[in-house]
Design a protein around this ligand. Sequence first.
Ligand SMILES: [Zn+2]
Length: 117
Amino acid sequence: MRFFKESEFECKCGCGLNNMSEVLKKKLDEARKIANIPFVINSACRCEEHNKNVGGELKSSHLKGLAVDIKSLTNIDNFLIVSALMNVGFKRILIYKRFIHVDMDYEKVNPILKIMR
Ligand SMILES: [Zn+2]
């Protein structure tokens, strides 16, 4: 990885969990290079307890190390981030108000590009 430190993918509760997919990290790094703007990781790996505390889904892809939420506050950033993610082959992208969720949990419906409000 050129653009991320391993610690950025750890569970934010401080438990140290990091089961992030190697493939996801590689693709995210490629997308970051293409977008050419900072990717701030709001959430990556989550342990069960942290997932509960942040109101995550029971079967959240974050539990499996297959998802990241990237901070995005503007329409320009939404465009740059989403287009870069699609460019490197991500097939599951959810646009929330303040972040973009991307995952590689292909047991879930794909392709999907959805605006969540
Ligand atoms: Zn944790």
